[in-house]
Design a protein around this ligand. Structure first.
Ligand code: DX5
Ligand code: ZN
Length: 229
């Protein structure tokens, strides 16, 4: 199976909740991955931040490689880094299945999306809440995933921005159903339904999962609310 096809396999199970490892216990990464797998997680969301495009600094290639050794779950890699074009191949080589860049982080999003597809990974493009979605008019056909941020990229634990559902609708009206739609930031049992109704299929959740001792219960509750909408 090609790495890019992991998205269509995930869609068979939509709505899918992707735990964001930003808030996991990095001292026990193997145990955390095992617990998430056992809890029914189908893919992992990895937040790579460079301390430049966003003020926060997290982790990069070595952690992606380490996770690749620990699991066969798809790795959904959210690059919050400037000039992502420099690192596309390296993240693919480290084991990323989906590589998502920020529209604001490069002067040539179309070129970077093409580069990502050329590696064999699925190509994603992310938009912060205030960024016009007009880039999608040019890039819509080049991306496999559109990530609508429901917080300003940079930190876990922020409050959901209610502008996200209308932006999901707008993105879908531009791109159609050729891409998968994902939402990220402040997703919890109170905010997920509006995003599901607006057409999101993949939902990233950090605090709503890692703030609970029972990961399985947390993932199930989120999926159930999303399914009902
Ligand atoms: C924010 C990250 C998110 C974040 C999600 O920049 O992209 O993935 O970790 O965490 P919560 O669910 O706590 O907002
Ligand atoms: Zn993210």
């Amino acid at each position: 199976m090609s790495r890019a096809s992991c998205l269509s396999s995930l869609l068979d199970h939509a709505p899918v909740i992707l735990p964001s490892l930003l808030l996991c216990d990095f001292g026990n990464l193997e145990r955390e991955v095992g617990r998430l797998k056992e809890a029914g997680a189908r893919a992992l969301h990895l937040d790579v931040m460079d301390g430049n495009f966003v003020p926060n600094l997290t982790y990069g290639l070595p952690i992606v490689s380490a996770l690749r050794q620990l699991t066969e779950m798809p790795l959904d890699t959210h690059l919050m880094i400037r000039q992502p074009e420099k690192y596309v191949q390296a993240f693919f080589d480290a084991g990323a299945d989906v590589i998502t860049i920020h529209a604001e982080a490069t002067t040539d999003p179309a070129g970077v999306l093409r580069d990502i597809r050329r590696t064999g990974a699925a190509a994603g493009i992310a938009f912060n809440p205030g960024t016009p979605l007009s880039t999608l008019e040019l890039c819509g056909g080049l991306c496999d995933l559109v990530l609508i941020m429901s917080v300003e990229a940079g930190f876990g634990g922020q409050q959901f921005d209610p502008v996200a559902p209308s932006r999901l609708r707008q993105a879908r009206s531009i791109v159609g159903d050729t891409a998968v739609f994902e939402v990220d930031g402040g997703i919890n049992e109170n905010t997920i339904d509006a995003c599901a109704s607006a057409g999101a299929q993949l939902f990233v959740a950090g605090s709503a999962v890692f703030g609970q001792s029972d990961y399985c219960g947390a993932l199930d509750r989120l999926a159930r609310v999303a399914m009902q909408s």
